[in-house]
Design a protein around this ligand. Sequence first.
Ligand SMILES: Cc1cc2nc3c(=O)[nH]c(=O)nc-3n(C[C@H](O)[C@H](O)[C@H](O)COP(=O)(O)OP(=O)(O)OC[C@H]3O[C@@H](n4cnc5c(N)ncnc54)[C@H](O)[C@@H]3O)c2cc1C
Ligand SMILES: NC(=O)c1ccc[n+]([C@@H]2O[C@H](COP(=O)([O-])OP(=O)(O)OC[C@H]3O[C@@H](n4cnc5c(N)ncnc54)[C@H](OP(=O)(O)O)[C@@H]3O)[C@@H](O)[C@H]2O)c1
Length: 286
Amino acid sequence: MTELSAVNEATAPKAEPKKAAARPDVQTVTHVHHWTDRLFSFRVTRPASLRFRSGEFVMIGLMQTDPKTGKEKPLLRAYSIASPSWDEEMEFYSIKVQDGPLTSRLQHIKEGDEIILRPKPVGTLVHDALLPGKRLWLFATGTGFAPFASLLREPQTYEDYDEVVITHTCREKGELAYGAALIEEIKKDELLHELMGPDFHEKIRYYPTTTREESPKMGRITDLLRSGEVFSDLGIEPINPETDRAMICGNLAFNLELKAMLEEYGLVEGANSDPQHYVVEKAFLD
Ligand SMILES: Cc1cc2nc3c(=O)[nH]c(=O)nc-3n(C[C@H](O)[C@H](O)[C@H](O)COP(=O)(O)OP(=O)(O)OC[C@H]3O[C@@H](n4cnc5c(N)ncnc54)[C@H](O)[C@@H]3O)c2cc1C
Ligand SMILES: NC(=O)c1ccc[n+]([C@@H]2O[C@H](COP(=O)([O-])OP(=O)(O)OC[C@H]3O[C@@H](n4cnc5c(N)ncnc54)[C@H](OP(=O)(O)O)[C@@H]3O)[C@@H](O)[C@H]2O)c1
């Protein structure tokens, strides 16, 4: 295991990784960590042939019995891969929806259990979909942090940009814990320091905010951008299409509002086939 994969006790197991299960599409859970009563992260074995780009998502799930036929069939949902492309295991960061068909059950998985993982990664939150720039903005709400947990552990992120601003807006403080722990571990990571130089950690500007519980920075990131508070807090210039690139991942209303704001700054939406200034992906379907 490399230094960077050992981000912390919560995100990386200490034991040797288990071998992937013999059946295709079935992977074994190696580690589970519950962050709040609504959020958990877990790691699974990685299919030997699976290649993906940091920031992409896959379909994962559990088997369920079809009530009509009595037959077993997979119940799958889209999940951002939270681990980077080089990691020997795969990490996911998940909501627990109490009456959600998948997560009402998925929240109970434990080490040694099996999940289904369809090895067909896709997505737009990838470096390939952006033109070269100087500063990368990663805008997340809730579990929308997951693809950025992958990109923030990817050395290319720091090779390509002078500065990386990661904003994470949640209702409550506890919902920031996974992201905060990850940022701390990345900043201390010896491999990244070796690869990127001693000042590498200064490239990361972490900007967590809450909207419904008191915390050091309150407010929706959209409002904080509009008021200019983000720029003055970080001591940086406003967003500019010449220098700034952005990725957005949150609920639909957030994505749409921020997308309109970025367009006002003069940024153009990109895609894998047409790299531009910013890209967007939903953190869940409303
Ligand atoms: C591209 C993409 C990537 C995704 N990546 C992730 C991920 O990394 N982690 C993750 O937890 N979910 C992710 N999701 C959402 C995921 O696919 C499921 O919706 C989620 O696991 C809940 O499944 P469910 O069957 O329990 O409930 P569902 O029937 O799927 O959802 C029930 C309701 O719960 C709410 N909900 C669903 N997901 C979330 C969420 N993540 N945060 C807050 N509220 C939610 C919505 O209101 C939804 O209508 C992603 C969705 C998409 C489209
Ligand atoms: N988080 C919880 O404690 C909680 C508990 C029980 C149930 N739920 C349910 O779970 C679902 C998802 O909740 P969630 O908290 O994970 O995600 P969410 O509702 O998407 O909220 C996450 C964060 O995004 C902010 N936000 C929402 N719309 C925005 C916009 N247009 N622009 C900028 N910021 C925006 C929210 O601020 P605001 O607070 O200002 O909206 C909040 O800080 C909801 O249906 C909710 O009712 C949540």
